[in-house]
Design a protein. Structure first.
Length: 702
């Protein structure tokens, strides 16, 4: 570790006025404007400092300037010490008698007042001591961390200096966080992946060890149901050797918690955390629900606080969601990759509610071209061309994807927990989200993670910020009369967005009448939606945030929530643009191959009938040629993306606004277990400059 001292200043500040230091006369209450960094690499109590080193325990007081409980006092004569001990400190309202001790000569003394006292009040008290020179707050030092790992200079994701043709400071501010804390070796991160190279020189020292298991004796010593689970377990092959043939898991592990300051290789975001090795896949890289679920539950059982999951499941299942909800309910934070299909289509387990979903950025804080995105994605982290550990004892230069972004966020969660172990998983998640740097709402709900700000909030060194309130969409938008069900009752609907948590107040009105709020969380609000027409309005803290003028449908209606394209196609607009026939469009531009492609979603869809209607109103500009086809994804064929898209219409691209009302028989086939319906519209053989203009896109229950 390289340690540096900040440059001294020869100027001082008195109540906002800068003056030059002089040797003549007596001066009071002066504090040098200099950084407080450590002079030597030899640290007294270095283990404590490595775990959590904070900035000064000094707070500003608007009325009296600096306030603190520990002070450095300078006297010109040792003979005046008796005068100091005779001062009337009771006038300061202290809870106990102060302590005053010499710092070894040079007229410097340490004064401990136990309670916070203002600098001006102390200075006034010391004015009665003839040789009093000055007093200043006794600052804690902090380490200016620059790890000695040989490849640290190329780790742009942690500290972007413009290397790799990137943008200065387009990173997650990891070294700045390490100035404050490097976490704790008591925090365990479970890496659910293809296994880990347990002997890698940059990982071995941070591999978790099960204290209750004896290696290689073939006995389940700790009676947890797993034999020889010394460093974790292989759920892919049901043995105690989570080796990594594939290499993916070792790369993720290095990004989480590679050893720091060992003069080799790289460093992880949480360089002191312990890695629990959970092999969830086959050697070919296939993850099965049964293995994933076993990993989730084992991690919680054996004390992991964070799960790092760089995969999307082959099957959306109630069992997997139940397992994730279970570990969340027992204090664990699952951190999950959003996926690499460049779509807003929700990928699982990243789209479950009780996970922290991670998108990927590049070296310049742009969305990585492959990264999934949308309102269901929570935060982002760099995921392009990452240098990290491999499964052969060496390093890889080109690791990436949301697989690479996710372990860094998992490492941040461990870093926060290491600094403040008493935090709950909900608190850790909220700190990561609220301190993230906003990029674009349609990229991720909160933004690029900021390790330094998160560490400061965890340690109480700054107030946790609150992101601005955002209203994304509500589903369903209309509650209609269902044939044959008797008297209509209000149905549960959900509002998605950000900033709904207490102490914020949320009020939803229909035509001016308030609706019943059932559940209020950070990112969504459940409320009872009655039958009826009228405008829905959302108020947060009594301020109108969004109004939705609804079409006069009599059927329960779900509106397109978000949309994306592929390749060079560009989408603008989403939920609001797809509600009414108002010429406020979702637009999609043409790709270089002549295709216009829109992928969109309807969320939280339910049905009790044998048919639904897909209602579309759209037209195309800039082309007189082309054929349009409309598809829905058939979940009964296989989980996405392994099954089939079913075509429901084909027609020449309409030049003027055209309405299609398509009957969807057996609609349950097209609804995933989370209630999502996947829509795809493809216009082929269009001419250069063609644009799709989608005015309405709705699912109706009849």
């Amino acid at each position: 570790m390289q340690l540096s001292r900040g440059r001294k200043s020869d100027r001082f500040m008195v109540r906002g006025t800068s003056i030059n230091r002089t040797t003549a006369g007596v001066w009071f209450g002066l504090e040098p404007l200099e950084s407080r960094t450590l002079l030597s690499s030899t640290l007294p109590g270095s283990e404590e400092l490595a775990g959590a080193v904070s900035v000064a325990d000094v707070t500003p007081s608007p009325a009296t300037g600096i306030a603190a409980a520990n002070w450095i006092v300078s006297l010109g004569s040792a003979a005046d010490v008796d005068l100091v001990t005779g001062l009337d400190f009771s006038s300061l309202g202290l809870s106990a008698a102060p302590q005053f001790e010499s710092l070894g000569g040079s007229g410097l003394y340490r004064l401990s007042t136990n309670d916070q006292v203002s600098q001006s009040a102390l200075t006034s008290l010391f004015e009665g001591v003839p040789s009093f020179r000055y007093l200043e707050a006794d600052h804690k030092l902090f380490v200016d961390v620059v790890p000695d790992d040989t490849s640290f200079s190329v780790l742009y994701a942690l500290n972007n200096t413009g290397q790799s043709s990137g943008t200065l400071d387009a990173d997650i501010d990891a070294p700045e966080a390490w100035d404050i804390t490097t976490g704790s070796n008591t925090i365990v991160i479970a890496v659910l992946d293809t296994g880990i190279d347990l002997t890698h020189p940059d990982l071995a020292a941070n591999i978790w060890t099960n204290p209750g298991e004896i290696p290689g004796d073939g006995i389940d010593n700790d009676a947890n149901g797993y034999i020889d689970d010394v460093n974790g377990y292989d759920f892919g092959y049901n043995d105690g050797t989570p080796n990594d043939v594939n290499g993916h898991g070792s790369a993720c592990s290095g990004l989480v918690a590679a050893v720091q300051d060992n003069t080799i290789g790289v460093t992880g975001v949480a360089p002191r955390a312990r890695i629990m090795c959970l092999k969830a896949s086959t050697d070919a890289g296939y993850f099965y629900d049964s293995a994933n679920i076993g990993c989730y539950l084992y991690a919680q059982q054996m004390g992991a606080k964070v799960l790092s999951c760089s995969f999307f499941s082959d099957r959306v299942s109630q069992a997997e969601r139940d397992a994730i909800d279970y570990v969340w309910g027992h204090g664990v934070l699952p951190v999950v990759a959003a996926g690499n299909a460049s779509t807003v289509t929700p990928y699982y387990p990243g789209a479950y509610e009780n996970v922290l979903s991670v998108a990927a950025t590049d070296q310049s804080n742009n969305k990585a071209g492959f990264s999934n995105y949308g309102s269901w994605v929570d935060v982002a982290s760099p995921g392009v061309s990452l240098r990290t550990t491999n499964s052969a004892g060496g390093y890889t230069q080109g690791f990436g994807g949301t697989s690479g972004a996710t372990p860094q966020v998992a490492g941040l969660a461990a870093l926060i927990w290491g600094a403040k172990p008493t935090l709950t998983n909900a608190q850790v998640r909220s700190i990561i989200e609220d301190t993230a740097t906003f990029l674009s709402w349609d990229f991720s709900n909160y933004g690029l993670v900021d390790c330094q700000a998160a560490a400061k909030v965890a340690l109480g060194l700054m107030t946790q910020p609150m992101k601005p309130v955002a209203v994304r969409y509500m589903t369903p938008l209309i509650h209609g009369q269902t044939v044959g069900l008797g008297s209509p009752r209000p149905r549960l609907a959900r509002l998605y967005g950000r900033g709904f948590q207490a102490p914020n107040t949320v009020r939803i009105e229909l035509a001016g009448a308030p609706l019943q709020i059932v559940t209020q969380t950070r990112d969504w609000v459940d409320f009872m939606l009655p039958l009826g027409k009228g405008t829905l309005s959302v108020y947060v803290n009594n301020s109108l945030r969004k109004s939705f003028t609804r079409p006069a449908n009599t059927a329960t209606t779900w509106v397109l929530t978000e949309a994306a394209s592929t390749g060079s196609g560009v989408v603008t607009g989403g939920f609001e643009q797809a509600i009414n026939a108002d010429s406020w469009f979702v637009t999609v531009t043409r790709q270089s191959d002549g295709t216009i492609l829109l992928d969109g979603n309807f969320r939280r869809v339910t049905t009790m009938g044998n048919a639904m209607k897909l209602f579309l109103r759209r037209h195309y500009t800039g082309t007189t040629a082309g054929t349009e086809k409309v598809y829905l994804y058939d979940w009964s064929s296989a989980s996405y993306p392994y099954g089939n898209w079913v075509q429901f219409s084909t027609l020449p691209v309409p030049q003027t606004p055209a309405i299609s009302t398509l009957t969807i028989n057996q609609p349950w086939k097209y609804i995933d277990p989370e209630g999502t319906v996947y829509l795809r519209i493809v216009a082929s053989e269009t001419t250069d400059g063609a644009v799709m203009n989608l005015d309405q896109a709705q699912l109706r229950d009849r």
